[in-house]
Each structure stands twice: as C-alpha cells, then as structure tokens.
Design a protein around this ligand. Structure first.
Ligand code: ATR
Length: 284
C-alpha cells in the first residue's frame, strides 16, 4: 500500500497501527502485532504502509488523521523518524534513530527506539547470556550498529570491539560512543583474542553475503548472533560454523519479536508473551 488514503477498509472499533518503510511488503510486524493483540482480545488493525525517504511526514499526517495509535518505522526511515518527532526518548537521543512512533494527547509526535531493548532481551532472557564482562565484537558501523551500542553498554557490557569494512565509519562511531564505555577497533598489528559474543550488525545478509572479519575473533565457544534473519542459516552464521565450528548460533528473529513487544507495550500498555509468537513466526 503506497497511499494511506487507500485504507478504505478501516475496521470499525479496531485500534489502528502500522509499519512504514521501504520496502515494507515483507515486514513480519503485522503478523507479530496481530498475534500479540490476540493474547489480550484486543481488536487491532495493523497495516503495512510503504513510504520512501522524504514521504514520511505526509504518511504520518495521513495516519494521524485516520486515528492511528502507533507506527513502527523500518529502514531506511529510522533517522528521519527521529528527526520529525517533537518528543524523543533517551534511546532516540543516544542513537539518532527511531523505530516506534505515536502521538500524545496533544497530538505531538513522540519517538522511542526499541531495537536495543529487543536485542538485549533476546540475548539475555531468550538466549540466557549474561552480558557483564563479556568480550563483545560488533561487525558493522551503520544505523543498525549505532542503534544497539548504547543499550548494550546500558545493559552492562563493558568493552566493545567494533569492526567495519570502511574503517572511517567505525572510527566515527567509536568517537560518538566513547563516553559510554570502552569501545575500540582492531588495529591491524594488534593481537586478536576470540570474542565471547560476536554480533553481525552489517547489512551484508541482504545481498546474501557474510561480512569479512578476522577468523581469530572466533573460537568454538564464541556465541554468534546475526541481527539479520532468513528462513535458513544466515550467511554470517554459516561462516562462523565453517570458520571455527561454532554451534552457539542465533539469528535476529527473536530481536524482531522483542522489539515489537516493547513497542506494543508502549502503545497499548500491555506486555505480551513473546515466546509463542517467536515459535509461530519460525514455523511460518
Ligand atoms: P543499516 O541501517 O542496516 O546499518 P547502513 O547504515 O547502510 O545500514 O550500514 C550498513 C552496514 O553494513 C555498514 O557498516 C556497511 O559497511 P560500510 O560502512 O563499509 O559500507 C556494512 N556492509 C554492507 N554490506 C557489507 C558487506 N558485503 N560486507 C561487509 N559489510 C557490509
């Protein structure tokens, strides 16, 4: 759906929410939010609304007119969403990006970012990791990496090694976040010790690729997490398996469900159960 005025089928009596971005046609958010709503008997109409860069103000205006309660924002509009909001959460201030919007009683646009919470909850509650004192390596220095670094520090991570294909971008993020904790990049001549946890925050998976990184970052004990997900093993997780026989592998579907749960709680004041929804999503 590219024009919000095309929501002629506004379900009477249902709460309206939406996800917007480009592309948006493959978004799993409608499935997840509808499954959460069923847990509470909440009548929810959740739509995909396509918007390209620059179109977000118009899209939001139309959704607000339709009485929309909340909007999830996906790539490539997260930074634009943060810039448009009149009230932003500390998570949006720290990351400069928003994935969750709503309007307050005065009609002002409010923004939060639940991606980091989603990742931390998936790592700790669903995967059972304790983040304190972990040697953590993050691959990528784009919006996805920037969005999770502050919440990972807030959750007790003390040191992050950040690697990116273009070194300049890694250094820019390091400068931006150095006040939050120890964050550095690998020096070419420096010794590499295996990470306890390695997170792929690059978009390489979108083109079916794994990012290139020093294999010495991996040991068979390394937990390997891909923020990307596919119906089979992602290229990054497959590379970890091949390079160091890693078998502690997890993709980003749990993060997706957890960030949605945090958005759902913000909009409706209800805390959904995530594990049955993750199971149902994986079974699809
Ligand atoms: P996002 O919002 O998803 O993070 P982005 O800001 O465009 O998107 O950033 C994409 C990230 O994935 C960058 O870190 C990019 O590396 P560069 O900064 O060097 O471009 C990384 N990336 C994309 N494709 C990659 C590939 N094939 N191998 C390694 N890194 C890749």
């Amino acid at each position: 759906m590219s024009d919000v005025s095309l929501i002629p089928l506004r379900v009477p009596g249902a709460v309206l929410c939406a996800v917007t971005g480009f592309p948006v046609s493959h978004s799993r958010s409608p499935f997840i939010h509808r499954a959460f709503a069923e847990q509470f008997g909440l009548a929810l109409q959740y739509e995909r609304v396509e918007a390209r860069p620059g179109q977000l103000p118009h899209t939001l205006e139309q959704l607000q007119e339709l009485g929309c309660r909340g909007v999830n924002v996906t790539v490539p509009l997260k930074e634009e969403a943060a810039a448009l909001a009149a009230q932003v959460s500390p998570a949006v201030q720290a990351t400069g990006a928003s994935n969750t919007l709503w309007w307050n009683a005065q009609g002002a646009l409010c923004a939060d970012n639940t991606d980091g919470t989603g990742l931390v909850r998936d790592l700790t509650l669903n995967w059972g990791l304790s983040l304190k004192g972990l040697r953590l390596a993050i691959l990528g220095a784009g919006g996805a990496a920037a969005g999770v670094i502050p919440p990972l520090f807030a959750a007790g991570v003390t040191a992050i090694v950040l690697l990116n294909r273009s070194q300049a971008r890694a250094e820019a993020l390091i400068e931006r976040f150095q006040a939050l904790g120890t964050i550095s990049t690998l020096q070419p001549e420096g010794a590499t010790v295996p990470a306890d946890l390695i997170i792929n925050a690059t978009s390489a998976g979108l083109s079916g690729e794994a990012p290139v990184f020093p294999p010495a970052l991996l040991s068979p004990q390394t937990h390997c997490y891909d923020m990307f997900y596919t119906s089979t093993l992602t290229p990054f997780l497959a590379a970890c398996q091949t390079l160091a026989s890693c078998n502690r592998l997890r993709d980003g579907m749990g993060m997706l469900v957890e960030q949605a749960a945090a958005a759902f709680a913000l909009w409706h004041g209800l805390e959904p159960e995530t594990s049955p929804v993750l199971t149902a999503l994986r079974a699809r």
